[in-house]
Design a protein around this ligand. Structure first.
Ligand code: UD1
Ligand code: CA
Length: 452
């Protein structure tokens, strides 16, 4: 089949400079959800009708197989499909989707397409409050006659609860002819795609309807309110999928996944964590409350304590991270590494079983195995213009409150005394210390406040 995604509408009610269909839902643009679902159906051609923010759209949606049809100005859904016509292949069926109806599922569309194999098929739902939607008008025998828009409907027609979701599958061969016969003689002065249904009935084409598996599949986004509602729907589904896979979630309603989260067995995630981009939690990983983890892999058996922030980083197996740890891009930790509170790592590699447990900044560093980095250690990696490397070899011990002025190397097994400002390499297996001599001034008196 061909698939046409309508996305030219402006989205005024979003009150945003971002084109409506680029607003993110679960970390992915609305229209990208639709494109991904469309792809599951293996269409012969996939065409996006756009009207606003073409440049922004083409930057965000990287899809070499996607055909772009500009509709400017926008004269209605029928007019939108006309713009797609030159891009369509000769597949017998053309499926129309909306770029702002992001959660439509492939299983529902497959059923609709099955209904459309020798017919025109409309995806409909019964709504308690059908206000605003096109109504499905049927005859006494229950056969579909036409679709009437809210604004053109009689009082009797407005009482109909079965509505047009807008998702329709049509016979491609008739499409061009029907579209050419559309008129804009209606309440909105638009070319309605829905008028094609009446034409199909006249031409003796069978009309079938199908319903979505879930009501939320056909919900559209016209405002931030609706976007927020659909975000909750999307998050609940993600949480349910994780639970079904065996992930233990402290509360499925307090988890946000904005991208792809893959989990091994016996993973536990406490409340209020945010996962962005591609995150992998290997077997038996525990993520405590209020962690933000983006594009990262956390190795088997590792524990991440509360309020940790991890981005573009790899944590090896059996790590202990946080609370309040910050792993910035380029952090790579081997097995059994401990990174404690208020420790910031950037572009640094730690080999197995090394520790930085308190209050430290380690940037542009290569750290060996079994290294202990004391509280208050800072790699001075930046001179205001250039960045330099720090190398700390296996079994080194870095005393508290040490500055490592890069480029500098701490040799294997070296010890740095507390408070050292290291500006030259520290040789292996020796104590290196830079510290002003301690003096005591006997009989020294504290200054006194003047007596009143
Ligand atoms: C349309 C249907 C209505 C249905 C409703 C479901 C028509 C005439 N009416 O109504 O029966 O109940 O959807 O939500 O089809 N779009 C364009 N170009 C345009 C106009 C719209 O690309 O010129 C796109 C929009 O971006 C949107 C979709 O088509 O994705 C629907 O447009 P919208 O204005 O929301 O549809 P309605 O007129 O409300
Ligand atoms: Ca409209």
């Amino acid at each position: 089949m061909n698939i046409v995604i309508l996305a030219a509408g402006q989205g005024k009610r979003m009150h945003s400079n971002l084109p409506k269909v680029l607003h993110p839902l679960a970390g992915k643009a609305l229209v990208a959800h639709v494109i991904d679902t469309a792809r599951l159906l293996k269409p012969q051609t996939l065409c996006l009708v756009y009207g606003h923010g073409g440049e922004a759209l083409q930057q965000t949606i990287v899809a070499p197989d996607l055909r772009w049809a500009l509709q400017n100005p926008q004269h209605g859904t029928g007019h939108a499909v006309m713009q797609a016509l030159p891009h369509l292949g000769d597949a017998p069926t053309t499926l129309i989707l909306y770029g702002d109806v992001p959660l439509i599922q492939a299983a529902t569309l497959e059923r609709l397409l099955h209904a459309a194999r020798d017919a025109l098929a409309i995806l409909t739902v019964e709504l308690a409050d059908p206000t605003g939607y096109g109504r499905i008008v049927r005859d006494a025998a229950g056969e579909v006659l036409r679709i009437v828009e809210q604004r053109d409907a009689s009082a009797e027609e407005r009482a109909i609860h079965e509505i047009n979701t807008g998702i329709i599958a049509l016979p491609t061969t008739r499409l061009a002819e029907w579209l050419s016969r559309l008129s804009n003689d209606n309440a909105q002065g638009e070319y309605y795609l829905t008028d094609i249904v009446g034409m199909a009935v006249e031409a003796g084409v069978t009309i079938r309807t199908a319903q979505p598996d879930e009501a939320w599949e056909v919900l559209g986004v016209n405002s931030k309110v609706q976007l927020a509602e659909l975000e909750r729907v999307a998050q609940r589904r993600i949480a349910e999928r994780l639970l079904e896979q065996g992930v233990r979630l402290a509360d499925p309603a307090r988890l946000d996944v904005r991208g792809e989260l893959r989990c091994g067995r016996d993973v536990f995630i406490d409340v209020n964590c945010v996962f962005e981009g591609e995150v992998v939690l290997e077997e038996a990983v525990e993520i405590a409350s209020t962690c933000v983890i983006k594009n990262a892999r956390i190795g088997a058996g590792s524990r991440v304590a509360p309020f940790s922030h991890i981005e573009d980083a790899v944590v090896g197996p059996d790590g202990v991270i946080g609370p309040f740890a910050r792993l910035r891009p380029g952090t790579e930790l081997a097995a059994g590494v401990h990174i404690g509170n208020f420790v910031e790592l950037k572009n640094s590699r730690f080999a197995a079983n090394s520790k930085a447990n308190h209050l430290a900044y380690v940037g542009d560093a290569i750290v060996g195995s079994r290294v202990n980095i004391g509280a208050g250690t800072i790699t001075c990696n930046y001179d205001g213009a250039n960045k330099f490397k720090t190398v700390i070899e296996d079994d080194a011990f870095i005393g508290s409150d040490t500055q490592l002025v890069a480029p500098v190397t701490v040799g294997r097994g070296a010890t740095l005394g507390a408070g050292t400002t290291l500006t030259k390499d520290a040789p292996p297996d020796a104590l290196t210390i830079s510290r002003a001599k301690q003096v005591t001034i006997p009989g020294w008196k504290r200054p006194q406040k003047p007596k009143k």
